[in-house]
Structures are given as structure tokens and as C-alpha cells.
Design a protein around this ligand. Sequence first.
Ligand SMILES: [Zn+2]
Length: 569
Amino acid sequence: MQTSPARGPLVSVFIVSLTFWLACGSAGPAAGQSLPLRTIVNGLVVRLAGHAVIQNGMIMAPYQGLFEPLGIRATWDRGERVLSLTSPAGDQMQLRAEDPYATVNGERRPIPIPLVVVLDQVLVPIQWVAETLGDSTTYDAGTGTLVISPQITDISWRGTDAGLEVSIDGTGPLHAGSSILHGPERLVLNVAGAVPKVAEQIDVHEGPLAAIRASRSFSGTRLVLDLAAPIQYRITSQIPGRRIVVTLGAPAPPPAPPSTYQPSAQKISDILYQHMDGGGRVVVVANRPLQAAQRTLRSPERVVIDVEDAVFLPVKKFLDIDDGLVIQVRAAQFHSNPNIVRIVIELSRPSPFEVRQGPASGQLLVELGAAVAGGPGWPVASGPHGPVVVAVDAGHGGTDPGAIGPTGVREKDVVLAIAQTLKRLLARQHLDVVMIRDADVFVPLEDRAQIATRGGATLFVSIHAHASTDPNATGTQTFYANPMSQPLAASVVDEVARTSGLATRGASQASFQVLVDTTRIPSILVETAFITNWREESLLRNPSVQLAMAQGVLKGIQRYLSMPLAAAP
Ligand SMILES: [Zn+2]
């Protein structure tokens, strides 16, 4: 445990001087000065457990009570003389008495003044520790006031079925009070004790939210959400207090398609996304060629496409992509009379993009990143059977919950979770994916095959959970309609049984509508497990079992694709 020998004497001299000043309780100009310190941590006045000492402008303060308001866990090991700290973000720091280095997430870092134990007091260089763990500090020597504040480090938003969800993230617990102000309409959040480390103004222009303004206030941070119209909102806390989520709901239900269904209007029936290496492509499917206005917005990066005189038949749709470039694609009926459909593509970084007509009439393509000019044509990964595009169909959705388990777990929710996991696994293997639904929405059975076909699917996999009046029915099973799909059904049921540890019920022939509609391509339906079985219901909602099932489907597909060509269509 011996550190640099040169440091030893210096540390000793410092401890002697600290001991001296603490013992005398008098002020001195030289080494250390005991001082009456007022400490405000995350908006709370904290009474120190003993004297603080100032040394070369650095405050050495007893650690007790200073970290709790910041959500930092502190443990002092008296025997080892080590103080261990864990920040809410999971950063770890160890300070050993008299050691001029701290260990931060396993790395050694020099500390301006080492931790010391004086007269049974454990003193830490509090500003350095707090700032290293992400918080902000200010010290006013005139009033002897030290303020330690969590920082608001990120503001982001995404569309959800409940409305626009604005997330405010901080380095420590955030406490917000809120009020609505009128004329112009705005929602004001006072986050006491925290300081802003985000842009002063963020232009949003999505749904009801025009912009977010952040500023310092007397008590902490004032966030103003500028609204386009009066709305309802809800504030919740996540990640034990470190994130505040504001859900902005629409004032009235979105316009129903029939009321905006004008004979002259162009109709957009779907928005699809195709991932490719280094880029991607949003496909807007309509009944006739579309004209669109395009622009970009910053922080976060977005491409905004407005299609005038158009009706969006699904009313709204969100695709969570997260493929490295595209974070989310949102499409909604932005305005009625005149009708405008707005498509927002949220990106992780600025990217070239190009809007052009697609190969089929009524297709508008937004090509991003590597897909722009010179990129390959339709994105394809090649298997031994040619290009592979997997349609992943999460059963049920929206108003159709599917089967419901004994404790109320809904088939539509667990199969969506498995389908979305499968999408990520397939993308990682550079296999293209068409999601039949990527949110809790109702998609009519007869539309599912069409969506797959439009996306160029070469394989179709429908994910379900089995149901039975016999509560003891158990195991995993696959179905196929066309005999050419039997090898795929057989390898998938094998692999799912293996990865999930469930019994296999084999691959059976059955005429489910989605399978009958997709007989041109290998097409199967996977009954992952029995949601009506008490034990399998709890497995189905377990994320690690969902992952295992998705891995099983992926392995089954890969095994099928590596089979000799004779086994394929
Ligand atoms: Zn089902």
C-alpha cells in the first residue's frame, strides 16, 4: 500500500498542521484554517459533523451528511481507513487515508489533498470529490458558504402513445415543482437545488411542445416548456429521483381518420424503416406520389418531413430504432384542415439525407447516412438463399390484448417485448427486419402480410404465447401452413426450447390466417410458452427469458439459412 515516498513527509506535515488548527480552533494564515462553513447540498442546509478546514482554497470537510442529498452512498471502513462512495450514476470512488491518489472506477487519480483522519474526524476534499462524481460546487469565501448541486445534464423527448414524454436527467436526485402559466401557454418546472448544464433554449416543435428554456433561478433551475396549446400533463420520477419525466398529453383525442378523410387527400398508410450498414431508409407508403417539405432541427438532430394535403391513416406511429444512427421515427397527423402529416426522424448525429420517390408508385423514401447517393440499392444482407429480410410479427396489440395469464399478464405485451429483442438481435447480425408492429397498436390480421410484402420480407415469423383451458399445458411450439416452411418451423422450435429450457411440442401444420397470407415465403408462427400456465406466465414476462426466446428464434433462423438450398423454396 506504499505510495510515492516523496508524498509521505508532505502529508505528515499537513496532518500536523490540521491537528494544530483543529485543536486550537483559531485562525492562522499558513497551512490550514478552521472555518465556520455553511453548507447547502441539493437545496438543503447540512449541519457538518465537525469543523471544516480550508487549505489552499480547498475545503476539507467531515464527510457525514454531505453525500446523502446528492444520492451518493458513503461507507467508511474504520479498520482499512477507506471511504467508499457510489454515485447515483454508478461511479465508484475510494479514498484511503493519507493516500494522494483516489481510485475512481478502478483508475488511480491524484487528489489535491488526501483524505485525513484528525481527532476522529474523517475529512475529505469535498469540492474535488463532488465535482469528480459529476456535481457542481461553488464557494463564497465572503459568507463562508459552500453550495453543492446536482447538475441537470440532459433533456430529451420521445413520442409515446400517452403523449410526448420529456425526460430531464440529473447527476443526483431532482425535485420539481410545477405550474401552468397562460398567455402564452407554458409549463414551468422549478427544480430546487440543481443547476442547469444544458442549452438555454432547445427548439422542439413537436406535438404540443414548441421549445424548452432552462435558466438558473434563486432556488435552482427554472425550466419553461413553451406550449402550442393548453394541455394536460403528468410528472413522474424515474431512476430513483435522477430523472424527471413530464408526459404532455394532447388536449383532445387525435383526429379520427374518418373526419379527415377527404376525397382529394393523399393517404399515407404506413411508415417503415429499413436499417443498413452506416445508414437507413424511412419508407413512406401512400396511395399516390407525395410532395414533401423537408428541414432539419438541432439538439437533438432531427430531419422533419411535412407532407401537405395528406391523411395519415394510422393517425400516429412511433418506431424505436436505436441502430446507431436513427433513434426514433415518429409520424403523426400534425394538422387537420389543412391536412399535414409530419414525420420526424430523430438522429444520434448530424447525417446527410435525401428525400426521393421510391421504386413503387406512392413510395417516398428518406435516405439517411450511407443510404444517400452512391449507397447500395435496397438494403440487403445476403444469406445462402439470397437477400434476407425477416418480417417480425408481434401478435395482437392495441385493443386486442391476446390471451391473458392468471395474474393478468397480456400476450400482446410480452410478445412485443420478445419481437423487439429479436429485432435488435437480427440487426446485430446485419439481417434486415420489417416490424409488423413496433408499439402497442392494433394491426388487422389482413394487413400483416401486406406490411411484410411491402417491406420486401423473405421470411415471416409471428410471435405469440400459447393459451389453453388446461392450466397445466406447457411447452413451446411452432406452426406452419405451407410444407416449404416446415424446416424453418422445426429448427426454430428446437432452438427456442433449447435456449429457454422449455419442453418442445414440435412443429405442426395449421392454417392460421397470417401463415396462409404469407405462403409465398417461409412463414411460421411461434407459440413461445403457455401464458395460461402459472409458471410459464411468469417466465414470459421475465426479460432474461424474453431474451433467451428471441435468441432461440434467431438461432433457428440462422440454422435454417445455413441448410442446403434443397431445403429452401
Ligand atoms: Zn396469440
